[in-house]
Design a protein around this ligand. Structure first.
Ligand code: GLY
Length: 362
């Protein structure tokens, strides 16, 4: 069992990481006395896996418990779903003394967090992430929001949860593609912040891929420690928090160009390799370091090249409309060695073209 604090003063909260944590959410929440009654929000798939046991667990702890579900998938992460869920909360008589529990992956966490931020101008919420991606990234740090037709996550709020329960055991039933999705973000933490952690990921790859729960708990905890430290220093992404976008500048462009057919983590993997190439091109990173990153990325089964059919001008079009582009200049997070990064908007267009062309294998 590990407990990591996200140090945000009066809004500080714990990340509770433990095999079996899901089974003790009720008793732990009872002790923390955050709310009397909880509404669990889950998509229909995750509800089928864990909804009933979580409700029973809350009930056994003497906490009131209700359940709201919505259809699985990114298509549900919109204002219409928020409106629908808010009406259902109102009909249940939910008020500011009650709380929400987001049970699921990133879509559920983002949607439920945003609902909690705006329902009655803010009610408490708890994160219970059930994917690796959500456990190491989206459930920590208070970025909540929904998509609109003009773009992903364009409507949202910084709104911190009151506690996050992370149970590595739920990863045993996660599809392999979903594991890979999260592993790209895991590798990201090593590159931006912690060389020994990167080395551990390289050395323990087989144990991680066969989902050894001991090593997974250690890996998740280190990612959460890094994310907690970064968020505590810069909650609203004025400065340091931008390092968490390593691999996301070109990654997002490739993801968007694929019509979101390419999973986020796979796009981030390509984006990390691209960022390392840009860093080599700018004389910031040794070629051997970039090669080592590529080796680790591909050893995990993550992609390091841009999929066929995505043409460079199309990808570059998405670079221009990204949230990370200000005044027409995209900012990039570039490694200066494995374990440290710098942020720059001074990457030449010619170099970007060269790297995109190289990653397309031309
Ligand atoms: N996923 C990036 C962040 O939370 O800032």
């Amino acid at each position: 069992m590990r407990e990591i604090q996200v140090g945000l003063g009066a809004r500080a909260y714990p990340l509770i990481i433990r095999e079996g944590a899901l089974a003790s959410v009720g008793s732990d929440l009872k002790e923390r006395a955050i709310a009397k009654r909880y509404v669990v929000v889950a998509d229909e798939h995750v509800n089928g896996l864990y909804g009933e046991s979580l409700l029973a667990n809350l009930g056994q702890a003497g906490l009131g418990a209700e359940l709201l579900t919505f259809p699985r998938g990114e298509a549900s992460k919109n204002l219409a779903t928020v409106g629908e869920l808010a009406s259902r909360l109102a009909r249940l008589g939910i008020d500011r003394k009650d709380g929400l529990i987001a049970l699921g992956g990133g879509v559920t966490g983002d949607l439920t967090g945003f609902l909690a931020a705006v329902y009655m101008r803010g009610i408490p919420f708890i994160q219970v992430p059930t994917t690796l991606l959500a456990q190491v990234d989206s459930s920590v740090g208070g970025k909540t929001g929904v998509d609109i037709p003009e773009g992903k996550n364009l409507v949202g709020a910084f709104y911190q949860p009151r506690a996050v329960y992370i149970d590595p055991q739920v990863l045993l039933s996660l599809p392999a593609g979903e594991m890979l999705n999260g592993l790209a973000e895991v590798i990201k933490y090593g590159v931006i912040y912690d060389r020994p952690f990167f080395d551990l990921l390289a050395a323990r790859r087989e144990d991680i891929l066969r989902r050894d729960l001991g090593v997974l708990e250690e890996v998740i905890a280190r990612c959460c420690e890094i994310k907690a430290a970064v968020v505590a220093a810069d909650e609203r992404e004025a400065d340091l928090r931008r390092i968490l976008n390593f691999g996301h500048t070109l990654g997002h462009a490739v993801e968007a160009a694929s019509g979101y057919g390419l999973a986020h983590g796979l796009a981030v993997a390509i984006g990390m390799v691209a960022a390392a190439e840009l860093a080599v091109g700018m004389g910031l990173l040794a070629r051997t370091e970039a090669e080592h990153l590529r080796e680790v990325v591909t050893a995990y089964g993550l992609p390091s090249t841009i999929p066929a059919g995505l043409e460079p001008p199309f990808i570059k079009g998405f670079l221009k409309t990204d949230k990370k582009t200000v005044g027409g200049r995209p900012f990039f997070v570039l490694p200066t060695k494995l374990g440290a990064v710098t942020i720059t908007d001074q990457v030449g267009e010619g170099l970007i073209d060269q790297v995109i062309a190289r990653l397309k294998g031309k």
